[in-house]
Design a protein around this ligand. Structure first.
Ligand code: SAM
Length: 277
């Protein structure tokens, strides 16, 4: 059971002052904790990897359900409180390390990833998780609502960009719940959203080189109000030579006057093949 009093007591017992620089807004709503744990839906066959365990609001509820719980937590100060809350669960292992330096392939295939993310590095974490997509079954994460809107944006909507494209290339995303800042200690200054991303068995478009494709998409989306041809000329493809750019766009079966943000994933992937750098 978690509430604001228990959260404050646990922090006090460990002499922990929440560190803004580490994105430490600890979850103190039992309802939100249960919503997240239900969305993870871990069973005894699952390895769950939690990013940023803090004082264990989610960890203590996930351990009894998961086969194995691996927690990644950078802040040494929270470890004694965390370990004491988890002492009854021998199926847990806490790694005191940076999530951005974590090799997710070492945890086996089909892992479930969960976390109330440190918001200062949300985008970097999501990009890193997508690079390990083939090891991950699903991702259940809380992030700022503003960033969640970028992950779920559809073509043509504001916010549609690299994050939305990566999310729909590798997975299927649904919103679990929206969370007010008062559900954290200290209260979070922004609204939050919990997303559940089920990773696809195969990415949603065919490409021979994912890195090239994402680099190309970033360039193509940079100048949103321009046509594809003008964006790609501005980005310096074919030395900015518009006739060569037009020919390459046509070879990909796309209209040169189209805007990148209106194209399907497969159209963008086909274009990227023609604009390999
Ligand atoms: N899961 C806890 C909860 O819900 O109350 C804590 C969530 S808090 C928003 C984010 C946690 O991520 C903090 O415990 C913080 O120390 C940790 N953290 C921050 N940066 C990290 C990093 N680079 N790698 C791993 N953990 C990090």
């Amino acid at each position: 059971m978690m509430n604001k009093n228990i959260c404050c007591q646990l922090l006090r017992s460990g002499g922990i002052h929440p560190d803004k620089n580490l994105g430490q807004n600890f979850l103190c709503s039992q309802q939100v904790i249960e919503d997240i744990v239900d969305a993870v839906a871990a069973g005894p066959e699952d390895t769950v990897v939690e990013i940023g365990c803090g004082i264990g609001a989610l960890t203590a509820e996930l351990c009894p359900q998961a086969g194995e719980l691996i927690g990644i937590e950078l802040d040494k100060r929270v470890l004694p409180v965390l370990e004491s809350r988890l002492q009854q669960y021998p199926n847990h292992r806490i790694l005191n390390q940076d999530v951005l330096e974590t090799d997710f392939s070492t945890f086996g295939q089909g892992i479930k990833v969960v976390g109330n993310l440190p918001y200062y590095i949300t985008t970097e974490i999501m990009k890193r998780l997508f690079t390990y997509h083939s090891y991950i079954k699903d991702i259940t994460v809380m992030m700022q609502t503003e960033v969640a809107a970028k992950v779920t944006a559809r073509p043509g909507q504001s916010g549609y960009g690299l994050m939305s494209i990566m999310a729909s290339f590798y997975g299927e995303t649904e919103v679990v719940t929206d969370v007010d800042g008062s559900n954290f200690f200290p209260p979070a200054p922004v609204r939050s959203t919990v997303l559940h991303i089920r990773m696809l068995d195969k990415p949603a478009a065919i490409t021979s080189d994912e890195e090239n494709m994402f680099r190309f998409i970033k360039d193509a989306l940079l100048l949103r109000r321009k046509t594809l041809m003008n964006s790609l000329a501005a980005a310096g493809y074919f030395g900015g030579d518009k006739s060569q750019i037009e020919a390459a766009i046509v070879r990909a079966g796309v209209e040169p006057s189209a805007r990148a943000e209106k194209l399907s994933l497969q159209q963008l992937a086909d274009l990227a093949e023609q604009f390999r750098k």
